[in-house]
Write a protein that binds this ligand. Structure first.
Ligand code: FAD
Length: 516
């Protein structure tokens, strides 16, 4: 389909060749140094990204160029109409500010994505790939003048039952894929908290979620990707294969690249048989040490459940109140919430019994056990809404990842800070993965410097414990200055070199993932 980057192949685009020439006659090719973001050039001003002027009166010829690729109704320059595309779910105080001069483009197919990227690359215009906007680190926020590229119209899903795989276009949401797979009697395990996330974003962030304990993260599910490079080439990486050892694994490099190396247009995902029996078991403890010491025992002696979450009682009660509900467990100060999921009830019951024994042997109270879907959904709803209950007062959400053996020490250290500083610093997370979410909450009189110092202190605790600053949410645009705390200088240089190979003009999501 695509043969040569200099040959324009999209049928719509061929029709617009004349227009393009006219466009280039008046604007010329961009000659500015493309590397301001990577510190390769003396100039580092972000507004040097584009040589086309995308002013209040967004350049008419640019709009004509884009409208000749994508239907007019999907090229939007009116600020009011693009409001929903200017931010993501990043906490208010740390949310990056969107640029002023932006065009929103919603392509219908891969050829259109390719043609938009060719145009943008030729003129060194920044392109911000966008999924569901559920990211928590400003990754999709368009921070330079340029193009917001929303893949939402590309949302088809095909189920390949024979190979137990799904082929989803980048704009398909997690919710639709889970339902479509379910209707086919199959199951897609990863479940990061917000089902409005789209597959382009889920793969670009290598999302995790509570079920990673048994199935791993997004990169463990992806079998193939269709991508469009910054220069417009369409590539198919991987295949409907379980084993593939040909060449370097470029597919895995794109997974988690946060829109900086390529635009993902299609994803092939592994599916699994549906479970016939599930149960939710809440293990109550009076202290965290006992709760955490149970986690490894369960994994070693009872098999791997679908999820093992750690949450304190005060957070769950607060969230239940926020939802107008009641947290059903009356004992304990902290909990492990376990989801058991097996092929039959005959397998589920002995596992649940063993978990109960382990809980009791480790200082826990009598577990709270539910099997009815309604009761399980109620508990999960409360757990999933912690984020929303805290949202209005949250200043930043940290997402540290540490060895499981260090969890107790790490949470103790964070709670010590909270106690000494008289702060409300909620900590919860995916206990079996060593992945903790910490909400830094608003406090009267706190300055941005105070928040920064607190964040650095918590990052320091994670790194000292052999961990990293993010396990799931990624670096986005708000953590780039912190990656040198986890990576060697040489690693960062290699990453910058990879970025240059994939995106020679630094048009794809500038300012994200790696530092300037
Ligand atoms: C309530 C809540 C709970 C959450 N829980 C979890 C959790 O448990 N685990 C977890 O991992 N995350 C979680 N998240 C974060 C979020 O859902 C994930 O980061 C998600 O993967 C982002 O997908 P999206 O479609 O919304 O992407 P966006 O936010 O739109 O974009 C995220 C990044 O992906 C890039 N991108 C988007 N589409 C493409 C594409 N087609 N090609 C290339 N790059 C692209 C963007 O440029 C950006 O850098 C949670 C978020 C919320 C709001």
């Amino acid at each position: 389909m695509f043969h040569d980057k200099n040959v324009i192949v999209c049928p719509d685009w061929i029709m617009s060749r004349k227009l393009l020439s006219k466009f280039e006659e008046s604007h010329g090719h961009c000659t500015r140094d493309p590397w301001p973001q990577l510190g390769i050039t003396r100039s580092s001003a972000p507004d040097r990204m584009g040589c086309l002027k995308l002013g209040d009166n967004v350049d008419r010829l640019l709009l004509d160029g884009l409208e000749s690729i994508v239907e007019k109704a999907h090229v939007i320059s009116d600020r009011a109409q693009m409001q929903n595309y200017l931010a993501d779910e990043t906490a208010g105080p740390v949310k990056p500010k969107p640029a002023n001069d932006l065009v929103l483009v919603r392509p219908a197919n891969t050829q259109q994505v390719s043609a938009v990227l060719q145009l943008a690359n030729r003129h060194h215009l920044a392109v911000f790939p966008r999924g569901g906007g559920t990211g928590l680190v400003g990754g999709a926020v368009p921070t330079h003048d340029g193009i917001i590229l929303s893949l939402e119209r590309m949302n088809r899903i095909e189920i390949d039952k024979e190979n137990m795989m799904a082929i989803a276009e980048a704009g398909a949401t997690l919710q639709r894929l889970a339902n479509t797979a379910g209707q086919a009697g199959l199951f897609f395990p990863p479940h990061p908290g917000d089902e409005n996330a789209q597959f382009g974003g889920l793969v670009a962030t290598n999302a995790g979620g509570s079920r990673a304990v048994r199935y791993g993260v997004m990169r463990n599910q992806v079998k193939a990707l269709e991508i469009v490079t910054a220069t417009g080439e369409v590539l198919s990486l991987g295949g409907r294969l379980h084993k593939n050892n040909v060449g370097y694994d470029l597919m895995q490099l794109i997974i988690g690249s946060e829109g900086t190396l390529a635009v993902i247009t299609k994803v092939t995902l592994r599916l699994y048989p549906k479970f016939a029996a599930t149960a939710t078991i809440i293990l109550p403890y009076s202290n965290r040490d006992d709760a955490m010491s149970t986690v490894q025992k369960i994994l070693q002696e009872a098999g791997t459940p679908l999820a093992i979450e750690y949450v304190s009682r005060d957070l769950l009660e607060m969230t239940a109140t926020h939802l107008g509900e009641r947290w059903p467990v009356a004992v304990g100060n902290c909990y492990l919430i376990i989801i058991g999921a097996e092929a039959s009830r005959d397998q589920l019951i002995p596992q649940s019994v063993r978990i109960r024994e382990i809980c009791r042997q480790n200082g826990g109270f009598e577990p709270f056990y539910v099997e009815s879907q309604r009761d399980q959904d109620k508990i999960l709803r409360i757990r999933s809404n912690i984020y929303f209950a805290l949202k209005n007062e949250t200043v930043d959400i940290l997402d540290i990842s540490v060895p499981v053996s260090e969890l107790v020490r790490v949470i103790d250290s964070i709670e010590k800070i909270a106690r000494e500083d008289k702060l409300f610093l909620p900590v919860f997370g995916h206990a079996a993965d060593g992945n903790l979410h910490i909400h830094i909450m608003k406090r009267e009189g706190d300055t941005p410097d105070h928040v920064k110092a607190l964040r650095n202190e918590i990052y320091g605790i994670a790194i000292d414990a052999g961990g990293v600053i993010t396990g799931e949410h990624g670096i986005g645009k708000i953590r780039t200055d912190k990656i040198q705390s986890c990576l060697a200088k040489e690693e960062i240089e290699l990453m910058k070199a990879i970025k240059r190979v994939f995106d020679p003009n630094n048009v794809l999501n500038p300012g994200a993932k790696i530092p300037a």
